[in-house]
Write a protein that binds this ligand. Structure first.
Ligand SMILES: Nc1nc2c(ncn2[C@@H]2O[C@H](COP(=O)(O)OP(=O)(O)OP(=O)(O)O)[C@@H](O)[C@H]2O)c(=O)[nH]1
Length: 361
């Protein structure tokens, strides 16, 4: 997963842009539930139901507390679990105790979509299956003996069928939503990879190299951590193409890219800067160290080759090295590396040259 993909704070779970984040949904639901709970608590009070009324008020207070806790701790797992427990307790009470002449049981239809959205599919299935089994028991002779729910047999049958159907539908839709979301995330990361990498070599492309260079430059401005760049070019590459064909030229380009991968460190950025030009950004590196790395790369490439009908086709590179200096811009640094590369070419190719900035006046 790419580093820009939004994630929820404590689970690291990926979120698709446009999707309502779970904490926001829970807070909206809480905000909508509290006035409803207060209203029905007031109604129950008027009807002289002194169990339902305080219970609904308590749930309202606990829901509000759950959200406040989230704003304080930013712990989404706690928020999810707290919300699930509270609505499970509430809906169980509404089903078992049957306030509003038993009609409150209809609130059970709100349970499946909420649970599937705010939790993973496994929790959704367990919670819904548990709820459904509980309802079957409530409507069984055991439930009649213990709670005497005020519903006739046809209502019970219809309620079970409709709720079971809703749970199944929510499960199917949730699976489809999760699959679509995974597809979208993987598609986004493929696009992002394609936008940042060169197709032939798999190295960073020029745009990404500039982005990394800017990042390194910003770090240098903040912490004065010096960095260096290597600008390299395959020597007499036109003749490789002319002699062996374009596809062998491509193989040489890939060979150089592979050598860069083998020789550079993990923190370095290796990029295809142009046709047969490469740029390597070396964080926290002085000119001397950069020169050594460039020399190692040059030697390695000089001893490698690609095989053309059993015949080795070798290539060499010229490298310009420059490290950042105070009050210099990125363009200035690139310019000096380019001048060093030009010098390496004019001194006969297959060599490394460094450019030192002139001392500030
Ligand atoms: N095979 C292949 N060739 C490419 C690609 N991109 C650029 N080139 C070729 O690279 C060659 C670059 O040649 P020049 O810029 O003249 O330089 P050179 O022959 O390498 O000579 P020097 O740089 O002076 O050593 C051109 O012939 C381009 O067509 C590519 O992706 N694949």
């Amino acid at each position: 997963m790419n580093r820009d993909t939004p994630t929820t704070p404590d689970t690291g779970e990926c979120r698709v842009p446009g999707e309502i984040p779970v904490p926001i949904l829970i807070n909206w639901l809480t905000a909508a539930a509290i006035p409803l709970l207060v209203f029905f608590a007031w109604r129950s009070g008027l009807q002289g139901d002194w169990i339902t009324s305080p219970l609904l008020l308590t749930v309202a207070v606990l829901l509000a507390f759950n959200s406040v806790l989230y704003w304080t701790l930013e712990n989404i797992t706690l928020l999810r679990r707290g919300f699930l427990i509270l609505i499970t307790v509430l809906f169980t009470y509404l089903a078992v105790q049957g306030p509003e002449n038993g009609a409150a049981i209809l609130w059970l239809f709100a349970y499946p979509p909420i649970v599937f959205y705010i939790h993973d599919a496994r929790t959704g299935v367990i919670a819904c299956a548990g709820g459904f089994i509980g309802l079957v028991l409530l409507f069984s002779p055991v439930g009649d003996a213990l709670f005497a729910p005020a519903h006739d047999p046809s209502f019970r049958l219809l309620m079970l069928a409709a709720l079971g159907f809703e749970m199944f539908t929510c499960f199917v839709l949730d699976q489809s939503r999760r699959r679509a979301r995974q597809e979208l995330i993987s598609l986004a990361s493929k696009f992002e990879y394609a936008a940042k990498h060169d197709t032939l070599t798999g190295l960073a492309n020029r745009r990404e190299a500039v982005a990394q260079l800017e990042q390194e430059f910003a770090r240098y401005r903040r912490n004065a951590r010096t960095f260096a760049i290597l600008l390299m070019d395959i020597d007499l590459f036109k003749s490789v193409n002319d002699t062996h064909g374009h596809h062998i030229g491509d193989q040489v380009i890939v060979l150089v890219a592979q050598t860069l991968r083998d020789q550079c460190r993990k923190i370095d950025t290796m990029a295809r800067w142009g046709g047969e030009e490469y740029l390597v950004v070396l964080p926290e590196t002085e000119t001397g160290e950069a020169l050594q790395m460039a020399e190692r790369i040059r030697k390695q490439i000089a001893t490698s080759s690609v095989d053309v009908d059993g015949q080795p086709v070798a290539a060499t590179i010229s490298v310009g090295v420059a490290s950042i200096h105070p009050s210099e811009s990125i363009d200035g640094l690139l310019q000096r590396a380019d001048e060093a590369l030009y010098k390496a070419k004019s001194l006969g190719r297959n060599r490394v040259c460094a450019h030192e900035a002139e001392a500030p006046a």
